[in-house]
Design a protein around this ligand. Structure first.
Ligand SMILES: CC(C)(COP(=O)(O)OP(=O)(O)OC[C@H]1O[C@@H](n2cnc3c(N)ncnc32)[C@H](O)[C@@H]1OP(=O)(O)O)[C@@H](O)C(=O)NCCC(=O)NCCS
Length: 328
């Protein structure tokens, strides 16, 4: 069996910064509260007429292609994890493929909120392992500013815009690449994290807009607790299944939702903080974007053979962990 290995990475964050000091002028909050409760100092916001999630996707794909030295027509498939596609339909993957000129590819979106990149990466891995395709791009991108209520201090402090992606290719060396994944879901968690209107359950209306139901609704505490237990339990299961100890792991890449969640996960696993990838202070929670943005941010520090665990938790609830041995 061929393994799926990551051969190129791209990332994108918009230039515009929304700092804690900016938020102090918008809602009843303080830099001190946001920093101590979440670890976030600033986040990026995509601005500009006609710019949406696909705009970020195009920048990411172009970086991936340029770094790997291949052309758009060589892409065979693209999976885009997002909850903020340009439109409800069509999918944003196809818009991105059209905009980059990938004439030989097809694609689709995956909606698994903050776990979306792991769900997409695992799906794409199967297409490589089965020998179906040789060049698959996996993206995790969100423009959270499009669904956030900047009058709600409990959510607007957390989320930001951005994302990243990887190119997967086959390798005959079984020791490298995407080795294993554990993915989980519990739909009853939808009660705590969702958007009330805009879907078929409650199509958008003047009333739904006046009631702010087109924005993210979150009950933070149950999400926080479920995130810690879900990430820790799937990491432990993954270690056991692959006969690994946490001491053998070079990098933990946790979803960047809240610095206290990240610290709790590391502490429960007795894992050193300097081996945990963190950029939440710069970018906040970019939903499907956080994991590839971390890999992109830390790419220069990665070495061939590094053992890496990615772990995420998000709306659905969805959660999971993936074990990768770095390939370059
Ligand atoms: C949202 C979150 C940061 C809130 O932190 P928390 O420590 O749970 O805070 P609480 O909700 O208990 O609120 C504590 C107090 O701070 C207040 N508060 C909430 N947001 C605030 C803000 N931005 N500034 C100042 N005070 C705030 C609350 O109103 C509450 O006040 P009260 O005690 O008078 O009622 C936290 O629950 C969290 O990160 N949850 C998980 C979110 C997540 O991961 N989401 C993404 C999906 S994975």
């Amino acid at each position: 069996m061929s393994r799926a290995v990551i051969t190129s990475i791209g990332g994108f964050v918009p230039d515009d910064i929304l700092s804690n000091q900016d938020l102090e002028k918008m809602v009843d909050t303080t830099d001190e509260w946001i920093t101590s409760r979440t670890g976030i100092k600033e986040r990026r916001i995509l601005k500009g007429e006609g710019k949406a999630t696909s705009y970020m996707g195009v920048q990411i794909v172009n970086e991936i292609l340029q770094k790997r030295g291949i052309t758009p027509d060589q892409i065979e498939m693209l999976i885009c994890a997002t909850v903020t596609g340009d439109m409800i339909f069509p999918d944003t993957a196809n818009t991105i493929l059209d905009k980059v000129g990938a004439k030989n590819a097809f694609g689709y979106d995956i909606n698994a909120a903050c776990s979306g990149f792991l769900f997409a990466l695992t799906t794409a891995t199967k297409f490589i392992e089965s020998g179906t395709f040789k060049k698959v791009i996996v993206l995790g991108i969100d423009m959270m500013s499009s669904i956030i209520d900047y009058k709600d201090r409990t959510t607007c402090i957390i989320f930001g815009d951005g994302g990243g992606g990887v190119l997967l290719e086959p390798s005959e060396d079984e020791g490298y690449g995407i080795i294993d994944s554990i993915l989980k879901a519990d739909g009853s968690g939808r009660a705590y994290l969702h958007m009330k209107a805009g879907g078929s359950l409650k199509p958008p209306s003047i009333d739904s807009v006046l009631a702010n139901e087109h924005y993210v609704y979150q009950d933070g505490k149950p999400v926080f607790k479920a995130a810690v237990t879900g990430m820790v339990s799937t990491i432990k299961e993954l270690l056991e299944r692959n006969k690994l100890d946490m001491e053998e792991i070079d990098w933990l890449v946790p979803h960047q939702a809240n610095m206290r969640i990240i610290n709790s996960v590391a502490e429960m696993l007795d894992f050193p903080k300097d081996k945990v990838m963190v950029n939440i202070h710069k970018f906040g929670n970019t939903t499907a974007g956080t994991l590839p943005l971390c890999l992109w941010d830390y790419e220069k520090r990665l070495k061939k053979g590094d053992k890496i665990i990615l772990s995420a938790f998000g709306g659905g609830f969805t959660w999971g962990s993936t074990y990768i041995v770095w390939n370059y």
